[in-house]
Write a protein that binds this ligand. Structure first.
Ligand code: ATP
Ligand code: MG
Length: 597
């Protein structure tokens, strides 16, 4: 039951939604389609064997007069059970196989579809939502194929078969049954659903209640400082009062429900037995038939009840299929992983580039920027927070495309090149360094998965990371990331630099972390950077004076445009220039730009 508690929305069943949902069968392989048909055959057979059960019980009851007949009837059960066991084993085996193959195919396709989306997609979609495609939606589809569909079909067969059987045996009894059981079952279904709805409301209220208390207690200093104890007490009090009322209502409903079951369901059973026994007495039917009647009635009633639940599950599955397939069908970034085009060669040019993020079209983050970096030289970009420095990186990587203007690498417009070739020639040491759950060696190797242990070590040495890595008892095998040890900011940066060294890029981009490092870390990082940048085209988004000073060229950025540009010496000559003032006051960019005067 727990798996059915997924709070997935239901989808209305209509021709259109069915048509879309049926596309899921396209993900079932040819062999599996045949196996699915075979499984369905076994499912029909299990339904038939199930339907034979009440009939055999009836015969057994009627054969109570002779031991010989009784033995025969008992043997009948033996065959029936063996047949049912075999059919049901085969059905489940086949369906599970198909469901798992389908899930496997869906997971892989979906993962690929997600990974190949452009960066804007990841900014627009929350991680949790994306993950629930993999867990909740695919889980729902998996359940449906391994059991819900089969149960649904089986219940339909049992209802149809049971009712037909009843009519053949005794139309009168069949009418009696139909007049009571389905109605009681359906009414109780709706009743039950209503109670569940109220229960959910009670749960939600309990939740919101806890949130109020949690907020208040964790912010108790504010509450007390403002002497708002009374206010908080009232806020909590009225919420709890609502909860009390709702809970009592739910209790009453539950009571009414059990009274309803006692009176109507048990009542109708007794009434059916009463009518049946009357017919036995008048010789219209036999005692055994009366028994099988009651059992069929129970089967049909139970199946009607179950059908409703399966129906809800199938509606949810249709929604899940749509959500998963929509994502799978979504156009991806034009990246050809296997592209053999040569990486772009050196040098970078921005020509009148303007850009605003799709989520904020009215706000120009980059305004008509033009600059170039000669091959093998370095460019430092400084400017206040929010000036658009990291956005430049997004544009170079083609995570986003400019609204106007061109970006050239090695003389070629990057928008006309293959994404794979473009990105293969770049290495980024980002502002926020992410280490994957895994060993340090694996994290460095992320820069170039083909590198061997020797190359990894070499990169770490160049990045000034070898010493601190070797100091760990497990060295390069030390696990980092969520479940591993935490590295300091400077250590993480040096791992990221080692990664970039291993990649050996044509263009190196460094988005310096804003958080300041202690002097020793700082020196080590600087030395590592110097190695990495030597004779390499590089862009450094700098948050430290020490980094900027060594650059071949400096751009001072302000709200998306270039305020000043030149070498250190050139910028120092500008009377009252931003850069000159920053250097003269010996202020780090962060401090200078947050308070320039
Ligand atoms: N994905 C995005 N969608 C919409 N707006 C964005 C997005 N990323 C950044 N921005 C906006 O673009 C502007 C420039 O951001 P950017 O990250 O380039 O600044 P930055 O110069 O790197 O700042 P910092 O020094 O703090 O890293 C900011 O106003 C920011 O709010
Ligand atoms: Mg930034």
């Amino acid at each position: 039951m727990a798996r059915n508690d997924r709070d997935l929305p239901k989808t209305k069943l209509n021709k259109e939604s069915m048509r879309r949902a049926l596309r899921i069968f396209g993900f079932i392989g040819k062999t599996d389609k045949w196996l699915f048909a075979l499984g369905t055959l076994f499912l029909v057979l299990t339904a038939i064997t199930a339907l034979l059960f009440p009939e055999l019980i009836g015969r057994m009851v009627d054969s109570y007069t002779s031991l010989e007949k009784l033995k025969n009837a008992a043997n009948g059960f033996l065959y029936l059970f063996i047949a049912q066991a075999v059919f049901s084993f085969l059905r489940i085996g086949l369906y599970v196989r198909i469901a798992e193959n389908l899930t496997y195919a869906l997971r892989k396709r979906l993962y690929k579809a997600v990974l190949l989306q452009n960066m804007d997609f990841f900014h627009q979609n929350r991680t949790g939502d994306l993950l629930s495609r993999f867990t909740a939606d695919i889980g729902q589809i998996q359940d449906s194929f391994s059991s819900n569909l089969a149960m649904f079909l089986r219940q339909v067969l049992v209802i149809v078969g049971g009712v037909v059987y009843l009519f053949i045996k005794s139309p009168t009894m069949a009418m009696y049954m139909l007049a009571t059981v389905p109605i009681v079952v359906i009414v109780s279904l709706f009743f039950g659903r209503y109670i569940r709805k109220i229960s959910r409301q009670v749960q939600d209220m309990t939740g919101s209640n806890t949130v109020i208390a949690e907020e208040t207690i964790s912010g108790i200093q504010n509450v007390k400082a403002f002497t708002n104890e009374d206010f908080e007490l009232n806020r909590y009090g009225s919420d709890v009062e609502n909860l009390r009322r709702k809970s009592i209502y739910r209790g009453l409903l539950r009571g009414a429900f059990s009274s309803f079951i006692i009176v109507c369901l048990f009542g109708s059973i007794v009434w059916l037995i009463f009518m049946g026994l009357g017919m036995v007495q008048s010789g219209e039917i036999q005692m055994g038939e009366m028994f099988s009647f009651m059992l069929y009635t129970a089967f049909v009633g139970g199946s009607i009840g179950g059908l409703a639940e399966q129906f809800v599950q199938i509606q949810k599955t249709i929604g899940a299929v749509e959500r998963v397939l929509d994502l799978i069908d979504k156009p991806t970034e034009e990246i050809e992983i296997s592209a053999a085009e040569k990486p772009l060669s050196n040098g970078l040019q921005f020509q009148h580039v303007s850009f605003s993020y799709p989520s904020r079209p009215g706000f120009e983050v980059i305004k008509n920027m033009s600059f170039d970096i000669a091959p093998g030289t370095s460019l430092a970009v400084v400017g206040p927070s929010g000036a658009g420095k990291s956005t430049l990186v997004n544009l170079i990587y083609r995570f986003y495309s400019p609204n106007s203007g061109r970006i050239l690498m090695g003389g070629r417009d990057i928008s006309e090149t293959d994404l794979y070739s473009l990105r293969r020639g770049l290495a980024l040491v980002p502002q926020e360094i992410m280490l994957f759950g895994g060993s340090i060696a694996e994290n460095i190797r992320y820069g170039n998965p083909d590198a061997n242990d020797e190359q990894v070590k070499e990169a770490a040495v160049k990045a000034n990371a070898h010493d601190f890595i070797s100091a760990f008892p497990e060295g390069y095998k030390t696990i980092v990331g969520d479940r591993g040890i935490r590295l300091s900011g400077g250590q993480r940066q040096r791992i990221a630099i080692a990664r970039a060294i291993l990649r050996d890029p044509d263009l190196l981009i460094l988005d310096e972390a804003t958080s300041s490092l202690d002097t020793e870390s700082e020196q080590q990082v600087q030395a590592a950077l110097a190695t990495l940048m030597k004779n390499r085209t590089s862009i450094i988004i700098a948050h430290r004076l020490s980094t900027i000073r060594h650059a071949d060229k400096i751009i001072v950025m302000r709200s998306g445009s270039i305020a000043e540009t030149g070498t250190h010496d050139e910028l120092m000559k500008i009377e009252n220039g931003l850069y000159r003032r920053m250097v003269e006051k010996q202020l780090e960019p962060e401090d200078f730009f947050s308070n320039p005067e």
